[in-house]
Design a protein around this ligand. Structure first.
Ligand code: SAM
Length: 367
């Protein structure tokens, strides 16, 4: 099957059962992820002009690395599978592009060589690659995780095992998953005296994706650790709060309804995006990208998302309060009119962020 994305056309095997059982994996649904990757690579090169090398560590058909090579990155494509690396070679040749192809365990490669930008886009969790990826990255580490059930607490024990954090299955589950992933990556980098700061992150129901910029030194790594902490959440009235530090300090009960609180963490409580970088990435989205409109819309929402560690869902709140939902723009305007910060979020069409708590939201948005 022939697939055109961006400036390249590649061959991929038919995918019989959503990629399972195919000789080499390919997921057309990840086109948005790949389009944003290419735009982020272009924007990152403008932000850090000396970068030139890119490793597609888990390349499969090579579509991601081939697209990077077509954008003048000095690219290495790695896969542990013979069929995959053979297909990477063919796909480079088909597009008249040169890149290095390695049939190797990515962990071995990343432990022995470092690249300006490393991209880890594996099946499920990226954690088995995390230590080597930190070693093998000079500037920017791009990571996808598709194991959303462990990340967001729906598969609790698996999440605890993989990520070394307590995830909770809250109504802000996609953001919980993103922040659990970021916590694990930040803690992994900190072990090597590296600060890993997310400059772009987005989540859908299928995956979480983040771009972590590295800064070296114990002091900056400590500063990153200081942005880890806990979220305390009431399943009954949907109140939540957070505190920084590696020792959880939850209130005894929900201050609004006196019900039991659930605590998740340590999760990343800091910014998940640099709004200026999201804007720069958006400027690099070009018309040859199949998801250009969707990518621009997503990046605009990311750029405007206010910096709080959890989001709300208007429909969930209104259901809890026994009242009808209203248009998001009007709802957000009411919060702003009452003096609160408020924005939509990319986690869903009825989600929003605000610095108001759940009681203040209810009062501010009452008829
Ligand atoms: N990045 C690809 C894309 O955008 O289409 C998809 C990658 S696919 C989800 C994961 C790939 O990782 C598979 O081709 C698999 O063979 C490869 N893989 C699994 N374990 C690996 C390892 N230890 N080292 C390198 N590649 C590995």
């Amino acid at each position: 099957m022939r697939v055109s994305e961006g400036r390249v056309t590649v061959t991929v095997p038919e995918q019989p059962d959503a990629g399972k059982g195919a000789d080499v994996f390919f997921n057309p649904v990840q086109e948005l992820n790949r389009d944003i990757t290419v735009a982020a690579l272009r924007a990152y090169r403008e932000r850090t002009p000396r970068v030139s090398t890119y490793l597609d560590a888990t390349a499969a058909s090579g579509i991601r690395g081939v697209r990077a090579a077509a954008n003048d990155w000095e690219t290495t494509l790695c896969d542990i599978d013979d069929d995959a690396t053979a297909l990477c070679e063919q796909n480079l040749e088909r597009n008249d592009l040169a890149a290095s192809v390695r049939r190797s365990d990515a962990n071995v490669l990343m432990h022995s060589e470092a690249f300006d930008v490393v991209d880890v886009d594996p099946f499920g969790t990226p954690i088995p690659f995390a230590d080597a990826a930190v070693q093998g990255t000079k500037h920017l580490l791009c990571v996808t995780a598709t194991d959303t059930a462990p990340l967001c607490g729906a598969h609790f024990e698996s999440g605890v095992r993989s990520y070394g954090a307590v995830p909770r299955n809250t109504e802000f589950h996609a953001e919980m998953g993103m922040r659990v992933l970021l916590s694990a990556m930040v803690r992994t980098a900190a072990r090597y005296d590296i600060a890993a700061r997310p400059i772009l992150s987005h989540a859908t129901k299928h995956y979480a994706r983040t771009y972590l910029e590295f800064d070296h030194g114990a002091k900056v790594a400590n500063d990153c650790i200081d942005e880890l902490g806990y979220v305390h959440h009431c399943q009954h009235c949907l109140w939540r709060d957070h505190d920084y530090g590696l020792i959880a300090d939850p209130p005894e009960a929900c201050p609004v309804c006196d019900e039991h609180l659930q605590t998740a963490g340590p999760i990343w409580l800091g910014r998940t995006c640099d709004p200026a970088f999201a804007d720069a990435v958006s400027e690099q989205v070009t018309e040859e990208m199949g998801t250009a409109d969707e990518a621009r819309e997503l990046l605009a929402t990311l750029s405007e998302e206010i910096d709080t560690p959890t989001h709300y869902d208007q429909h969930r709140l209104c259901k809890r309060w026994g009242r009808g939902a209203e248009a998001m723009d009007e709802f957000i305007e009411k919060l702003r009119d009452a003096g609160y910060e408020a924005s939509r979020t990319h986690y869903g069409g009825t989600t929003f962020k605000t610095d108001a708590d759940v009681v203040e939201i209810r009062e501010a948005t009452a008829e």
